[in-house]
Design a protein around this ligand. Structure first.
Ligand SMILES: Cc1cc2nc3c(=O)[nH]c(=O)nc-3n(C[C@H](O)[C@H](O)[C@H](O)COP(=O)(O)O)c2cc1C
Length: 231
């Protein structure tokens, strides 16, 4: 049975849960933040977190407005994080005009979040080709059919586009559209947050040394400073 209190708006302000989970301290983490992210990602996957690779991408448009939306991360390696989308979408326009972005991973079952900021660039074409080829055919046709972020008349218009595209391709291989591909975010800072009792949460921030010289250039270097932040 559904708990009516769970849907009472007045309940939101009083909702509290003390986080009894294990803490996060310097001896618990590894020096490389990407390796630390992989540890937490593995634990989130094992704990049954829904869509553990989902994250909120934060971008800024030319007028200074911030924008957030969920995406799925498809790669996490020594370069940074990779995700795929339409290159003509609102987010891609924003990433082009302001090539810095934030990523927020949230694993609520574990009372954890990871914040990342970094420089973005398009991934090499071959990498987008390879990922596109691995997608289900329906998603491939969908990528060709949807002018992501543009106003469209109605649902029917979209469904007709999909039908037309599917008919155009027939049984042929669906090649990647040039307007669809991957972005790479090269991190310059991470923050690992672990919920703790009485709101005395643990926060460890990693900063790439020498990364932000104010020139807006791409991050260089591989040495990370780790600091504890007040909750
Ligand atoms: C859980 C989740 C995962 C998503 N993953 C992607 C993704 O990997 N790529 C993508 O283009 N859109 C994805 N979306 C849709 C985006 O949130 C967004 O609606 C779309 O990319 C258009 O955003 P934009 O207009 O800001 O460019 C996802 C949405 C959700 C809720």
């Amino acid at each position: 049975m559904t708990d009516p209190a769970a849907h009472d708006p007045a309940d939101i302000a009083s909702r509290r849960k003390d986080y009894e989970t294990a803490g996060l301290d310097l001896p618990d983490v590894v020096a490389d933040p990407m390796a630390q992210w992989h540890r937490w990602y593995a634990e989130a996957s094992e704990s049954g977190c829904v869509e553990p690779n989902a994250f909120v991408l934060g971008t800024v448009d030319p007028a200074g407005w911030p924008h957030s939306r969920y995406l799925l991360v498809r790669g996490a390696d020594e370069r940074g994080f990779t995700f795929f989308t339409n290159y003509r979408s609102a987010k891609s326009d924003q990433l082009t005009s302001e090539p810095r972005a934030s990523m927020l991973f949230t694993w609520l079952q574990l009372h954890r979040q990871v914040r990342v900021v970094g420089h973005v660039e398009r991934v090499p074409e071959e990498e987008s080709d390879e990922y596109f080829a691995s997608r289900p055919r329906g998603s491939q046709v969908g990528a060709w059919s949807s002018p992501q972020s543009q106003p469209i008349p109605d649902r029917e218009w979209l469904e007709q586009r999909v039908e037309q595209m599917a008919a155009t391709f027939g049984d042929a291989e669906v090649a990647r559209p040039a307007f669809w591909g991957g972005w790479l975010l090269r991190p310059v800072a991470y923050e690992f947050w672990q919920g703790r009792p009485s709101r005395l949460h643990d926060r460890l921030r990693y900063t790439l040394l020498g990364a932000d010289d104010g020139s807006g250039g791409v991050a260089e270097g591989d040495s990370w400073e780790i600091e504890r932040l007040a909750p």
